[in-house]
Design a protein around this ligand. Structure first.
Ligand code: GLN
Length: 304
């Protein structure tokens, strides 16, 4: 096996000097305060090896990466019934695209676009006693780290400016695909997106998806087939209208967020988390995409 540490270090040292680092998301005002020069990588191997470089200890807003975690939680208790309210097809459109939802009668294309994540949030609201606290605890158990929290400032910032998300939630509600109120669903959704984690915490949290549903603490959170399905959805839908490009360039199931994080994994081998807040035009971390492309190309470690 290639020497993963030296491969990661050389990718990092090369990319950190690249002039074009993308553009920081500013439509959520609180996110625009991020430093474009931050760049961290953390890899957790299933054999226990860990490699990290750069700003892997600095927490950032995981944003849409949280959609995989809410989906995992929802699947763990309602499984197949979820798919009556949601599809599993790539959308080929941006994460907050509206018109497809109207054409398709309020059934979101998949759980990783905003509309789909709101339906999943609605399911969690209906099933959890204290939704925000219970979901946070779920994430803390997955990561085996009780210091993880919501960034209330980011949640409030998105609440103030999330006009498109209000439109999506209202449209879902008008089609009867939300059981709870628009305000409750969005409050939960804005909080899940405002989860704050560093690269190490993210790798640990996603470890179960590389390990047939079992977290680092040996708790079985999902069955192996459930983990397989979530990985398939990440591969086909994790990067919105850049999902094809990510599969083509990187070849791993993964998920991005507008905070500049990307987590990707090779089942039965490793999870890798990267953070660089500058985004490309599709809303995915520019350096993150490049780092992962170089990593899987240099190591030959991809699902293909
Ligand atoms: N909270 C963000 C939004 O709804 C999440 C988007 C993302 O990370 N792609 O716009």
């Amino acid at each position: 096996m290639a020497d993963l540490k030296s491969v990661l270090t050389s990718i990092y040292s090369h990319l950190i000097h690249q002039e074009n680092k993308g553009v920081i998301a500013s439509y959520i005002p609180e996110l625009s305060k991020q430093d474009i020069n931050k760049f961290g990588i953390h890899l957790q191997h299933i054999n226990g090896d860990v490699f990290s470089v750069g700003d892997w200890q600095i927490p950032f807003s995981i944003q849409s990466i949280s959609k995989v975690l809410t989906l995992s939680k929802a699947i763990s208790f309602i499984n197949n019934n979820l798919w009556k309210r949601l599809d599993v097809e790539p959308s080929g459109n941006p994460f907050n695209y509206l018109s497809l939802l109207e054409q398709e009668n309020g059934i979101p294309r998949n759980p990783l676009i905003n509309a789909g994540a709101m339906v999943v949030a609605d399911v969690l609201l209906s099933h959890l006693k204290n939704p925000k606290t219970d979901f946070l605890n779920y994430v803390r158990v997955l990561a085996n780290d009780h210091s993880i929290t919501y960034d209330e400032k980011v949640a409030a910032s998105e609440k103030e400016t999330g006009y498109k998300n209000y439109a999506i939630a209202n449209l879902l509600k008008s089609f009867g695909n939300l059981k709870n109120s628009v305000d409750e669903v969005l409050d939960f959704y804005f909080h899940q997106c405002a989860l704050k984690m560093n690269c190490e915490q993210l790798s640990k949290t996603f470890f179960m998806l590389s390990n047939k549903g079992k977290c680092l603490n040996h708790i079985q959170h999902l069955t192996a087939p459930q983990a397989k399905r979530i990985n398939a959805i990440m591969l086909t839908c994790g990067f919105y209208d850049e999902a094809g490009e990510f599969a083509f360039e990187v070849g791993l199931p993964g998920k991005s967020g507008v905070g500049g994080g990307i987590v990707a994994l090779l089942p039965n081998q490793f999870v890798i988390s990267i953070w660089s807040p500058g985004l490309n035009t599709k809303g995915n971390s520019l350096l993150g995409m490049q780092a992962l492309e170089q990593f899987t190309t240099k190591t030959n470690l991809s699902i293909f």
